[in-house]
Structures are given as structure tokens and as C-alpha cells.
Design a protein around this ligand. Structure first.
Ligand code: FRU
Length: 487
């Protein structure tokens, strides 16, 4: 209770300048416009899919506590990708019917079986989930294979397929299937990983039930950490009408080295059988510490949108939140952009996020909420301090040609020895000033720069309830808005 007192006081002081219900529901560090579960632990987003006017967000969820365990699929839906409604758990941990072993529902995919290729739909189409069935004893993994469940009521209730597993190569680690429809050959393709061999395997199927191996891709890029959560999708190249390339993204290594996890990607081609990469050196999705297990939506017309888990396995189980633990990023629209070094991923917060803009920010010194958006221009040597109070600040700046985020004095950093960090990335081509778009939400900062080519997402845990923003070294506020959370 002690921890809440300043926030309750803040909430009371805010009555009158913010909607009453909103002010009274602020819980310490609880993001207001990033998705968090009402209670308990979450990790990877799973089964992102658009179906019948609804966006579905399934996710790794522990129904029984605020640390990892009893993995099940939580579920939320949205009509606009910004306001989410939490629904009952979709798929729960269960006992294996043959061995009696406990089976957790690990990460996977959800899709719309449009033509009832599986024969499991009651009508013309239905939702299918393909997930890793993780058999374990006391949380120690014994075996992983892939299983299927189907829903004939828009994801509200699920039945496990009675002939599971649908794919088994007799391995302890073999997981995170992403399945998508490959239009040119009218078939389903599954990408999944053999984590400890740094290998992505691709399979094909006509009916989602029986699968055959197409090819393998691996042992390139960054292999410092095991590979997890692969995804394979086609992206437009900015400014080149009708030109696309394929991207294979996956989770594992972080550009800052093996103490942390992060995401890397490969740009190349997919011909229905093989993925071939144009590069061998690692490229990273993010330079912040808190963006992992990102995957893109299935069945989404015209756009490719990724959501990631805002956390890092290094300290995920210890972050100082109370009733819940974990959050999801702002959905990001992906594209490729031509650069002097080749094609690179560009990530932009979806346009819909503008719907949440409230009052315009004129005076950075007197913010009435800790959830806001800023467009700032930062010259070389300049910076912006956010969550600034007498002894704390988080700095976003541009120095020696690097965009950086310094959270070493951001507040509570003591819960894990590796948390207090400075993230940075070289901005290319060299320039004397950069524009940054920063989203700040109680304990999450997402920074986008250079038309989405660089992204830094970090958690911070300021101990003060009232903080301000300060510009240094000729940094300039271009625009700013308070953001109204919709939950
Ligand atoms: C990635 C991951 C996945 C796995 C899930 C288990 O964060 O380790 O590989 O399916 O989490 O919760």
C-alpha cells in the first residue's frame, strides 16, 4: 500500500484536469496506452490476427502469478488497435492425455482458415491456433511439439484438435510456429525454430494438419543467443511502387551483447520453398533493451503491423510492478527503406495512435500526466530529459553521431544489476541534427528516429509521481500532446 500513496495523491491532485475515472485508476508504473493485463504475468504476443473487423491479441500469460509459469494464452480484442478489451483466457495449460504430463501453451500463431482447408470449421471459415505444446515436469521442459486448436466463435472458445501433435521431431527445444497463407502456391507455410541450433525450419501444408519440411535457414547473423519466435513476411520498399522484399525476423540476440536478448532480421527473398538472405552480418530490429518476441498480424489487408513484448528476459521477472508484470509495445507499421548500406527495416507507430491525443503540450515544465507524446529536434550534443525530478532523469539525446537513451538515473534501477544501462545506435548518414518522436507512458519510453529506421524502447521506473521534461543543448519541441489512455 505504501507505494501507492504518492500516486493516489497525484490522482487526487489531477481531478479537474483529467477525466475523473482515469485519474483515479492510475496505479504506480501502470502504462495507460500500452496494453497490460489486469493482473499477472505476460510475455510474448501470440497469434496476432485480424478477423471479421476485430484485431486479436493472444499472449503468453500466467493465470496464477506475476512471474513466468503455467503458460497459457491470454486474450484481448480491439476494433482499432489502440483500445483493447481483455477477454477470458483462450488456451490453458493442461495435462497430456497420454502421459499425464503437464503441457504449457507456448508461443504460436493464430490464423483464419478462410476456405476450411482443415475441415475443422463449422461454417465457411474459422480461427485456428497453432502453438508449441511444451511438456514439462516442475517447469523443466521435457519436450516441445506443435499442436492445433480451433474456434468457431471468433476466438471466444477453443477446442484442441484430437490428433495433436501435428508436428513432432522429437526434440526438447523446437518451438514458436508462425503460420501464414502463401498465395502464389495456395498453401500454408510454417516457420519455427530449433533454438539451440540457431536454425529456422520452414514447412508446408495444404490442410494445416499434416506438414512437410521445405528447407532450413540458419547459422548466420547473430548466434550469441538461442533463436526464438521467428516470423516471415513481405514488406513494401518505400518510394518504389509495387516493389517488395521478404523479411525474416527472430528473437534472440541483442546488439549490446549476450547479457541481453533482442531481435534481429534478415532481408531477402522467399520462393515458397527457401528463404535466401541478402546479408550475412546481423541487423537488429531495436536498440533499446525492452522489445522482444515481436511478430506481425496475420490476415491484415495492406499493412504489416508488429507488436513486441516490452521487457527483457535478463530482468523480466524482477521489474518493480505490483499487480501485473509486462506490457506490449505500440503496434508498429513496418516497411523497408533503401539506405547507403542496403535495405533496412523502418518502423512507425500506427496512425491510429493519434486518436489518443489529448491536450496539446505547450509548457514542458508543468505536465499534468506522465503519458504523452513529443516530437523533438535534437542537434548534435543536445538532449531531452524526461521523468525529471530532483535526483532522477532519463535522457534521450544525440551525441557523437549516436542516438542514445540513458536510464542509469531513471529511478528504481536496483532490482537487477544489469538494468541501469545506456542504449545507443549510430545514426547514418551522419547529420548535424535528428528528429525524434518519443512516446512516454508511466514506465515505458519508445523512441523513433530517422523515419523509423532507428527505434529504442526501454522501461524506466521513476520513484517520483510528479516529473517534468527539460530540453538541453538547443533541443527544440516541435509538437507534443498528452495521451489519453483508453482501456
Ligand atoms: C520467448 C519464449 C518462447 C516461448 C515462450 C515461453 O520469450 O521463450 O520461445 O515459446 O517464451 O513463454
Amino acid at each position: 500500500m505504501k507505494n501507492y500513496v504518492p500516486y493516489i495523491l497525484m490522482a487526487i491532485s489531477m481531478i479537474g484536469c483529467a477525466p475523473k475515472e482515469k485519474a483515479l485508476t492510475i496505479e504506480m508504473h501502470r502504462p495507460q496506452f500500452h496494453y497490460t493485463p489486469k493482473k499477472n504475468w505476460i510475455n510474448d504476443p501470440n497469434g496476432l490476427v485480424f478477423y471479421d473487423g476485430e484485431y486479436h491479441l493472444f499472449y503468453q500469460y500466467n493465470p496464477f502469478g506475476t512471474t513466468w509459469g503455467h503458460m497459457s494464452w491470454g486474450h484481448a480484442v480491439s476494433k482499432d488497435l489502440v483500445s483493447w478489451q481483455e477477454l477470458p483466457i483462450a488456451l490453458e495449460e493442461y495435462s497430456d492425455p497420454i502421459t499425464g504430463d503437464s503441457t504449457m501453451i507456448f508461443s504460436g500463431t493464430a490464423l483464419v482458415d478462410k476456405n476450411n482447408t482443415s475441415g475443422l470449421c463449422a461454417g465457411k471459415d474459422c480461427m485456428i491456433a497453432i502453438y508449441t505444446s511444451n511438456i514439462h515436469k516442475d517447469n523443466q521442459g521435457l519436450k516441445q511439439h506443435q499442436s492445433l486448436a480451433y474456434s468457431n466463435d471468433k476466438g471466444r472458445s477453443w477446442k484442441r484438435y484430437d490428433k495433436n501433435p501435428i508436428l513432432d521431431i522429437d526434440r526438447k527445444d523446437f518451438r514458436d510456429p508462425k503460420v501464414f497463407w502463401y498465395e502464389p502456391q495456395q498453401k500454408w507455410v510454417m516457420a519455427l525454430v530449433v533454438p539451440d541450433l540457431f536454425k529456422v525450419q520452414l514447412y508446408e501444408s495444404k490442410n494445416l494438419l499434416s506438414w512437410s519440411l521445405l528447407s532450413e535457414f540458419g547459422n548466420v547473423g547473430d548466434t550469441l543467443k538461442i533463436w526464438e519466435c521467428p516470423d516471415l513476411y513481405q514488406l513494401p520498399i518505400e518510394g518504389q511502387t509495387n516493389k517488395t522484399k521478404w523479411v525474416l525476423s527472430l528473437s534472440g540476440s541483442h546488439p549490446a551483447g549476450s547479457d541481453f536478448v533482442g531481435m534481429q532480421y534478415f532481408v531477402g527473398d522467399f520462393d515458397g520453398t527457401h528463404f535466401t538472405s541478402e546479408q550475412t552480418e546481423p541487423l537488429y530490429v531495436e536498440h533499446g533493451k525492452d522489445f522482444y518476441a515481436g511478430i506481425v498480424f496475420n490476415n491484415l489487408p495492406n499493412r504489416t503491423i508488429m507488436i513486441g513484448w516490452v521487457n527483457n528476459w535478463t530482468y523480466a521477472n524482477q521489474v518493480p510492478t505490483s499487480t501485473w508484470r509486462g506490457a506490449f509495445s505500440i503496434p508498429r507499421e513496418l516497411s523497408l527503406t533503401e539506405t547507403e548500406s542496403g535495405l533496412r527495416l523502418a518502423q512507425k507507430p500506427i496512425d491510429e495512435i493519434r486518436k489518443l491525443r489529448g491536450e496539446e503540450i505547450k509548457d514542458l515544465k508543468s505536465l499534468t500526466s506522465q503519458s504523452f507524446e513529443l516530437d523533438i529536434e535534437i542537434p548534435e550534443g543536445g538532449s531531452v530529459s524526461v521523468f525529471k525530478s530532483e535526483n532522477e532523469e532519463t535522457i534521450v539525446g544525440y551525441q557523437n553521431g549516436k542516438l542514445f537513451l540513458d536510464r542509469t538515473k531513471s529511478g528504481n534501477v536496483s532490482f537487477n544489476k544489469d538494468f541501469a544501462s545506456i542504449e545507443s545506435v549510430d545514426v547514418l548518414p551522419k547529420t548535424d541534427r535528428i528528429s525524434v518522436r518519443i512516446f512516454i507512458d508511466q514506465s515505458i519510453i519508445e523512441v523513433f528516429s530517422t523515419d523509423g529506421r532507428y527505434a529504442i524502447t526501454d522501461q524506466v521506473f521513476p520513484t517520483q509521481q510528479k516529473t517534468s521534461v527539460e530540453l538541453n543543448g538547443n533541443a527544440m519541441l516541435i509538437n507534443g500532446w498528452l495521451i489519453i489512455g483508453l482501456d
